[in-house]
Ligand binder design. Structure first.
Ligand SMILES: [Zn+2]
Length: 138
């Protein structure tokens, strides 16, 4: 087990565009051309209508809100500071999309459900950029 700060970088045909965009600091999700449903993580098939006509769309703008969180006390990597919060984040206007990642810029005990966060990326194993979140200032 590695890559526990965020999503394990399992690169497949379905997820390669996501990891490429992540290197540029962009968060891509899938959207169904047939029914418009959005989903994450990418899997190449629509959760709503089972169509395989998924296209990529980018989440931009005002960041997201913490939907749930857990605090990790396990030191998976030697230079990892513990504890830290792992948050599951929802984005306004993107129902069905929840992205997990480490929360930065805020101590775990200050993390709350509903707090505003910005998307950020951190260098991860194998040169991948791993999604993480930065506590909002608002
Ligand atoms: Zn669909």
């Amino acid at each position: 087990m590695n890559a526990t700060i965020g999503i394990p970088p399992a690169v497949t045909e379905e997820t390669e565009p996501f990891w490429n965009a992540a290197r540029d600091g962009r968060l891509l999700i899938e959207r169904c051309r047939d029914c418009g449903a959005e989903s994450f993580p990418p899997r190449g098939i629509c959760r709503s209508c089972r169509a395989r006509t998924m296209e990529w769309t980018e989440i931009t703008g005002a960041g997201g809100e913490v939907y749930s969180l857990t605090v990790n006390h396990q030191r998976w990597l030697p230079d990892l500071e513990v504890p830290y919060a792992i948050v599951l984040v929802e984005f306004p206007g993107h129902p069905g999309v929840r992205v997990a990642g480490r929360l930065r810029g805020c101590s775990p005990e200050d993390a709350t459900i509903g707090m505003r966060v910005e998307v950020g990326f951190e260098p991860g194993p194998g040169g991948f950029a791993i999604p993480s979140f930065v506590a909002g200032t608002a």
